[in-house]
Unconditional design. Structure first.
Length: 145
């Protein structure tokens, strides 16, 4: 759940660099507003484009993420993708192809956008730390141990 100021001019201004990149390069998830139209003044555009705080029309160029996706699928070794089960960014999450790279994807059950290594369940945290240790050639321990 996003705080109300996320959608206010002040919140959008603080996040503008991200919103610009989302609008032009990386994309952004949509909002399901089914049954909520009566609560919006502007129902013709309930997409992400309302985050554009400029007077310019911004064009999304999918080629950037296609290039990133292609690179990661072929060359994405030593990458750990950590997601929360209920984080909206888990829907378009990158999926490593088993056998192509040594990448690791971890999804915290019940996790959110604030999912981090230090708040993963112990079994997942161990997998992540052991993987890092193997890649780095050192023992990696949690601060909490």
């Amino acid at each position: 759940v996003s705080p109300p100021d996320y959608f206010a001019d002040e919140g959008m201004g603080q996040m503008w660099p991200f919103f610009y990149q989302a609008l032009t390069q990386i994309g952004y998830y949509g909002y399901d507003t089914t049954g909520m139209g009566q609560y919006f003044d502007d129902v013709h555009d309930l997409t992400f484009s309302f985050f554009n705080i400029t007077d310019k029309k911004l064009k999304f160029k999918k080629k950037y993420m296609k290039r990133v996706d292609k690179f990661l699928k072929k060359n994405g070794d030593n990458m750990i993708y950590i997601y929360g089960e209920f984080d909206p960014w888990s829907a378009p999450a990158f999926v490593p192809i088993p056998g192509k790279t040594n990448a690791l994807k971890v999804v915290k059950p019940g996790g959110s956008h604030i999912t981090r290594i230090n708040n993963l369940p112990d079994d997942q945290k161990k997998v992540v730390l052991d993987t890092l240790g193997k890649w780095l050639g050192v023992e990696v321990v949690s601060e909490l141990e």
